[in-house]
Design a protein around this ligand. Structure first.
Ligand SMILES: *[C@@H]1O[C@H](CO)[C@@H](O)[C@H](O)[C@H]1NC(C)=O
Length: 497
């Protein structure tokens, strides 16, 4: 049950008070947001969600039983096996760029908070492995990376179950001889460089770096959305450029391998690749904030003074998220939700909250605070509190008193923009449902028949209003990259409620 108070406290007042006063204990009091949420259950559901997004042949231990095998011929048009992986959201395309970010954030969740996951750890590792098994297939041919399977226009023109899918399944690739083959800077890097997670023993987490993909990408610099523009835009166009992915890849390879090569690469390319530019969000397109926070950990551990500028960037970014700051990078809704324009807002909420929490932990270990200028500073406890308030908002501490996670709490979204969830399951309706035959389910006012447990949707608009309607996809569509950082957040708060 939620402890959402009758009135919404003004966060900017809270922030100013926290600067002046000792912090209230996080787990107590109205401002503390200790809402008595069942973080264990939310964590469980947040990971279960990924089973609903699975493509390919489902394994015997599949827990989400209303989904079945799908897209079993992916890759055949190119003579390769590209079955598996995840559908990014409520459609049936396997977009590699967001899949890469999702995988990295799931991995980061495990690296930083796996020790808080208890029995869920093995499921979280399986969720990463489902993606990395696919990404290995997509990079099996040297000098070639398959970055997407499925024609997005053909797919989006239909409302079909993945199990029935009969749309065009083109396998899109980048390579060095492809026109505009200065590509490769993008999606394969983060997951492969962050390592291949193998659950060899329970709770064990091993990292095998994939430096060769990084070298390929670095040698052929360019954005995949230049060469594959018509396939990937406007869906997952790399608007922000490929530079951040190169640094992001190098930062993870550095972390995984501790090799001098990557440390020197980062130092040599910090300016060229704009490490300190456009730090205004964190997501599948723009990784600058994440790069700076990730690298700052080492600086805070006192091990990497040569990366000091990354910590200054991270400090500046973290300060720009605080309510009441003078040059904010985010808005807050009246109900207290982080808001950025552009749709699917919850992706910003979870990824920015993840950075707040991760940075808070790094600061705590170093016994440091964030200097925010003008004699003001933000303590690790404040960052943790802000992250927790965002998580609690998602779980039900909000003006509509509803949870934005399907299957959690008494009220949650019923008409999510998700083909598999909104059409009858194969079990309930074995006959094929064609492209346009699905439209009546899309337009139906009824709740979705299949519970996509754990799915967190795009969420309310800037006035905390939520239509709970399939056509409003910016609000009602779940995505893998909303959930991935949330897994880490929920793990932490389940251990520190
Ligand atoms: C938010 O959504 C509500 C309900 O759908 C709508 O009335 C309102 O105009 C929206 N506000 C903005 C700023 O989009």
């Amino acid at each position: 049950m939620s402890s959402f108070p009758g009135s919404v406290p003004d966060l900017s007042v809270l922030f100013l008070l926290l600067l002046l006063l000792p912090l209230p204990p996080i787990s107590g009091g109205r401002g503390g947001g200790g809402g008595g949420h069942d973080y264990d259950r939310a964590l469980h559901l947040s990971i279960l969600f990924f089973e609903g997004q699975r493509s390919g042949r489902l394994p015997p231990d599949q827990r989400l039983r209303w989904r079945h095998d799908s897209a079993l011929h992916d890759g055949s048009t190119a003579g390769v096996d590209l079955t598996g992986g995840y559908y990014d959201a409520g459609d049936n395309v396997k977009f590699g760029f967001p899949m890469a970010f999702t995988t990295t954030m799931l991995s980061w969740s495990i690296i930083d908070f796996g020790r808080n996951m208890g029995r869920e750890l093995t499921h979280a590792v399986k969720a990463v492995k489902w993606a990395t098994d696919y990404l290995l297939k997509a990079t099996a041919i040297p000098g070639v990376v398959f970055v997407q399977v499925g024609d997005a226009f053909s797919d989006h023109n239909c409302w079909e179950r993945p199990e029935d899918m009969d749309t065009v399944r083109t396998a899109y690739k980048i390579d060095s001889s492809h026109p505009g083959s200065d590509v490769a800077g993008d999606w394969p890097l983060p997951p492969l460089s962050s390592g291949h997670v193998t659950p060899s023993t329970p709770g064990f987490f091993s990292v095998v770096p994939f430096g060769y993909v990084f070298e390929f990408a670095d040698r052929h610099r360019g954005a995949y959305s230049s060469s594959l523009h018509r396939a990937v835009c406007p869906f997952y166009c790399d608007v922000n450029g490929y530079q951040d992915e190169l640094l992001w890849g190098a930062a993870w390879l550095h972390k995984a391998s501790r090799s001098r090569v990557y440390r020197e690469y980062i130092m040599r390319n910090e300016v060229v690749l704009h490490a300190g530019d456009t730090i205004n969000e964190f997501g599948w397109d723009n990784k600058h904030a994440g790069i700076n926070v990730l690298i700052s950990k080492e600086v805070l551990m006192g091990k990497a003074g040569y990366f000091e500028s990354f910590k200054q960037n991270a400090d500046g970014f973290i300060c720009s998220l605080l309510p009441g700051i003078s040059h904010p990078q985010v808005q807050y809704s009246p109900g207290g939700l982080i808001f950025k324009a552009g749709g699917s807002n919850m992706q910003h909420v979870t990824s920015l909250s993840f950075l707040l929490l991760a940075y808070s932990n790094y600061l705590s270990h170093a016994n440091k605070v964030v200097p925010c200028g003008g004699g003001r500073s933000a303590s690790p406890a404040l960052l943790k509190l802000l992250a927790k308030r965002q998580v609690n908002y998602i779980l039900g501490d909000n003006p509509l008193r509803m949870s934005y996670m399907v299957g959690y709490g008494a009220r949650y979204p019923q008409r999510i923009h998700h083909r598999a969830s909104s059409l009858p399951s194969v079990q309930a309706h074995p006959a094929h449902i064609g492209c346009k035959a699905g439209s009546r389910f899309f337009l139906s006012p009824n709740p979705n028949p299949n519970l996509l447990a754990g799915a967190v949707v795009g969420g309310p608009n800037v006035t905390d209003a939520f239509p709970d309607s399939r056509p409003f996809f910016q609000e009602s569509e779940p995505t893998t990259y909303i959930n991935a950082p949330l897994v880490g957040l929920l793990a932490f708060f389940s251990a520190h409620p």
